[in-house]
Design a protein around this ligand. Structure first.
Ligand code: GLC
Length: 414
């Protein structure tokens, strides 16, 4: 009873003092994951929080958020935002610099810097993310193959093991699954093919449109050659979770996916529990491995009528306790530096140091040079890439058109 009383008094004091707020947070579909943290927040503050679960595609989240924010919607107080959005949506979010100055030193510096625009901290990093090549240890051992370091090694190994597994009766087996739906995830895959092959990063840091070059075209033709051969035709409609479904049924040798897929592949009724590991994304001819920086943050809307409470929620959900809970439950990689040395966490998620290494070397999408136009740029990129993968035009043709589109978008300046 003794221990309960202060919490009750505190909650009712806040409520009667008029401080209790009804908050709404828009997030990815995180399922039950956020509910436990939110329940603790509600208990400690007396506030009530409603979760609005958005579609899983980052591109669809962006379109909806942009509409709400343009309409100065005050129904959503907190937005979970993708790493590429600060320049596009940042002016609709409050500057968190002062409100978070007591905690910012705890964050991985790069994740924090990515959320600053024009000197304003527009969101607080919620989890860090990078992709890896997931591979089946058991099958590489069975067929005496090495983990591929290049795309051509991946292609050859995928084709050979796919053929042998099918001959052995595993009819649904595929060599490689990746995300090739026309959405943000495809831009990430394409950036990795281009840059790892010496084909640049679509738009360079100085704003130059570089995507129309022979190395990028060769990389894209290579990927187009996978569809229907080592990857199912269906990849053209796959987001991350679609590839994870095939993977967890044991029907793929290799998968490109983000950090969240690791603990999930080792839990529940996954058929590949304990049978896989991760490696860096392969490199192209003469290039090096490239992994796109991902991750999400939490931002407070300028149009929120409950700013103080919304800031408190953002800080609470990014506290060591909440981040640790999400990392333990679902492998969401922390943005708080100290958690990477937390013994309980390291024991439960042994892949954490490997992911931390991948974040350190990950490459940004061209959101900084294209500023407020990044989403339009990315939509043109995934469109041109999707056309090529679907057999509508060659890579060279589509990259030439893409160059024209991006140059037009650029106008005088981004
Ligand atoms: C992951 C990444 C995010 C990226 C998305 C693309 O969720 O964390 O940054 O935009 O995948 O599908």
């Amino acid at each position: 009873m003794k221990t309960f009383l202060p919490a009750i008094i505190c909650a009712s004091f806040l409520a009667t003092a008029g401080h209790a707020a009804n908050l709404t947070i828009a997030t990815e579909p995180l399922g039950e994951l956020l509910k436990a943290d939110i329940a603790r927040f509600e208990q400690q503050t007396g506030n009530h929080v409603t979760i609005v679960a958005m579609p899983s595609s980052s591109s669809e989240q962006f379109s909806q958020y942009r509409l709400w924010l343009a309409a100065e919607n005050s129904d959503i107080d907190v937005y979970e935002t993708d790493v590429t959005w600060p320049a596009q949506l940042g002016d609709k979010f409050i500057d968190l610099t002062d409100a978070t100055k007591d905690v910012t030193a705890q964050f991985l510096p790069a994740t924090l810097e990515a959320q600053r625009v024009g000197g304003r901290l527009v969101a607080l990093p919620f989890y860090a993310d990078a992709p890896a090549l997931f591979y089946r240890k058991d099958l590489l051992e069975k067929y005496k193959k090495d983990v591929p370091k290049t795309w051509s090694e991946l292609e050859a190994t995928a084709a050979e093991i796919q053929e042998k597994e099918r001959a052995a009766g595993h009819a649904d087996f595929w060599g490689y699954v990746f995300q090739a739906k026309a959405f943000e995830g495809l831009t990430c895959n394409a950036l990795e093919w281009f840059k790892s092959s010496g084909g640049g990063q679509i738009v360079e840091p100085d704003g130059t449109v570089s995507v129309n070059n022979p190395q990028a075209a060769a990389a894209l033709d290579m990927a187009a050659g996978w569809v229907g051969k080592i990857a199912p035709q269906g990849v053209l409609t796959y987001e991350e979770d679609d590839t994870r479904g095939i993977w967890e049924r044991g029907n793929a040798l290799f998968m490109r996916n983000w950090a969240y897929a690791y603990p999930l592949g080792n839990s529940g009724d996954s058929a590949v529990k304990g049978a896989f590991d991760i490696a860096p994304i392969p490199a192209g001819p003469g290039g090096t491995s490239v992994a796109t920086i991902g991750g999400y943050s939490l931002a407070v809307s300028k149009f929120s009528k409950n700013r103080e409470a919304a800031i408190a929620l953002v800080k609470f959900l990014n506290s060591p306790e909440s981040q640790k809970h999400r990392a333990l439950q679902a492998g969401f990689m922390p943005t708080l530096t100290a958690l990477y040395d937390d013994p309980e966490l390291v024991k439960a998620q042994p892949s954490m140091p490997a992911w931390k290494g991948l974040f350190a070397h990950a490459d940004a999408r061209p959101s900084a040079p294209t500023k407020a136009k990044y989403n339009e740029v990315s939509a043109r990129v995934w469109g041109a890439v999707h056309n090529t993968l679907s057999g509508e035009g060659t890579a060279a043709e589509n990259l030439e058109l893409l160059e024209q589109d991006l140059t037009e978008l650029k106008g005088q300046a981004w």
